[in-house]
Design a protein around this ligand. Structure first.
Ligand code: PGA
Length: 231
């Protein structure tokens, strides 16, 4: 299984150094990817854990104040990058057009995109979720060659589940996973949204997924250990 740790905008330098020591103690039969804040990438050389970023610029290196480009991430040994996370869509107004540019930048630099997609609570209640997800995939992955498209990891993240402690039913997740598999049969697929040590026994029943993207859980070494033991 592939487990992606999304630290989001958390931890001070001292806290991160402590946290990193904890990560070194994790037993991992699984592939673990750490996505820390960019400022910690240079401190994140871990033996058994791969490195990911939480975002990437849609621009190349150059005069783009405040941005971090795919070339720069690559030079820090970053192998994966989350792209299109719902928090970036919400707070930075990222659109599928931006996401498409970012995915292309990552692929050009041999970084595996972890593309996040999912519906809001309202879109689920109005029964629009399938349409919303399908359209987002088509727009975000537009004009990407099949060969490259297959390298993208898709994370199904219902927005109403992220950070809320609420998870969809297994049937609800299976339905969307199946639909995504019909569009992208060769891609690895993750589930994300309040996955934790307490609900992993339930989430394990999702058919056909390759792993999990975890936010809150990623910050607790103790709970992560329980999660990994129960995978
Ligand atoms: P959560 O976050 O596990 O805290 O719900 C998941 C995510 O934002 O990717």
């Amino acid at each position: 299984m592939l487990i992606v740790l999304n630290n989001k905008c958390n931890l001070t330098k001292e806290e991160f150094i402590n946290y990193k020591e904890g990560l070194e103690t994790l037993e991992n039969k699984h592939e673990i990817v750490l996505c820390p804040s960019n400022i910690f990438l240079a401190l994140s050389n871990l033996e058994k854990i791969k490195l990911g970023s939480q975002n990437v610029s849609s621009k190349p290196m150059g005069a783009y104040t405040g941005e971090v480009s795919a070339e720069q991430l690559k030079s820090f040994n970053v192998k994966y990058s989350i792209v299109g996370h719902s928090e970036r869509r919400k707070y930075q107004q990222e659109t599928p057009v931006d996401i498409n540019k970012k995915i292309k930048m990552l692929l050009e630099n041999d970084i595996t995109p972890i593309y996040c997609v999912g519906e809001s609570k309202e879109e689920r209640q109005n029964n629009q979720y399938k349409e919303v997800i399908k359209n987002d995939i088509l727009k975000s992955l537009e004009e990407i060659k099949d060969e490259d498209k297959n390298k993208i990891i898709v994370a199904y993240e219902p927005i109403w589940s992220i950070g809320t402690g609420i998870i969809p039913t297994i049937d609800e997740i299976n339905e969307v996973v199946e639909m995504i598999k019909e569009i992208l049969p060769n891609n690895r697929l993750l589930y994300g949204g309040s996955a934790n040590d307490k609900n992993i026994a339930t989430l394990k029943n999702i058919n056909n997924i390759d792993g999990y993207l975890v936010g809150g859980l990623s910050l607790s070494i103790e709970n992560l250990k329980i999660f990994l033991e129960n995978l």
